[in-house]
Design a protein around this ligand. Structure first.
Ligand SMILES: [Zn+2]
Length: 254
């Protein structure tokens, strides 16, 4: 059987862009579908790539709107499906995920938990379906987890949102693909502890020995050509910018 594949559903940074929802990635292997993040607009585009209820588990990196708000829309879909409410689905997120979704949905926490089997993320490894998922804490204003995903020898790291952090290097050690946020471009004005520049993403990819770097969380007001050029100055391996619909991984050709 072909290996895992990752489909970029949304890669727009901080808010949706004209060509992409905010953060959302679909991982598939052995018939199991895991969604990482569900930012604004993700649930719509996700349905181009899988059935609405074809998802088996969800990981949420952090509770900023551009990474989680469509999880509340997904709760609505599962709760009010015309042929009956869907059974609880596993959701892995930071502490407070149930309370945040309750606020978004205008529901009580118990009502959210009736549809979402919520597990608190910790900096550790666990099996989710056929995937081995390692979470690590990132450098961001709210509790945020980046992920390393392994399946049948293929390895991917996803930075989520982060300022400068050695956790990026730890998660991305010898991965086939580093999917790194690159929200910023070179500037003296970038606030610290929030996001990476494309150049920093390239530096981490080089230090980690990543086989390929894909820039993501690209903010619509920045020119992605310049982001790629800045990353290319610090990383000499295969480099690209994510687009909605991009498919990566050994299963990509199937
Ligand atoms: Zn964020």
């Amino acid at each position: 059987m072909a290996g895992m594949q990752l489909t970029v559903i949304g890669c727009s940074g901080s808010f949706p862009g004209p060509d992409s929802p905010a953060s959302c990635y679909l991982l598939e292997a052995e018939g199991f579908r895991l969604v990482m993040d569900m930012g604004n607009g993700a649930l719509g585009v996700l349905q181009r790539h899988t059935e609405l209820f074809g998802i088996d588990a969800i990981c949420v990196s952090h509770l900023h709107v551009d990474h989680c708000i469509d999880l509340s829309s997904y709760w609505v879909a599962r709760r009010y499906a015309p042929d009956g409410s869907r059974p609880p689905i596993a959701v892995y997120g930071p502490r407070g995920t149930a309370e945040r979704m309750a606020g978004f949905c205008g529901e009580g926490v118990a009502s959210i938990r009736a549809r979402f089997e919520i597990h608190d993320l910790d900096p550790q490894s666990r099996e989710i379906g056929p995937f081995r998922i390692t979470a690590d804490r990132m450098n961001h204003p709210v509790e945020t987890f980046g992920f390393r995903v392994e399946h049948a020898g293929w390895k991917l790291a996803y930075s989520a949102d982060t300022g400068e952090s050695e956790a990026v290097v730890r998660l991305a050690r010898d991965v086939d693909v580093l999917l790194s946020e690159a929200s910023f471009q070179d500037s003296e004005k970038n606030p610290p502890g929030l996001h990476l520049t494309a150049r920093q993403a390239g530096e981490y990819a080089a230090r980690a020995g990543a086989g390929q770097l894909v820039l993501t969380h690209l903010v619509p007001w920045y020119d992605r050509g310049r982001s790629l050029a800045e990353a290319a100055e610090s990383y000499s391996g295969p480099l690209s910018a994510a687009t909605s619909g991009l498919v990566l991984g050994p299963g990509a050709a199937r």
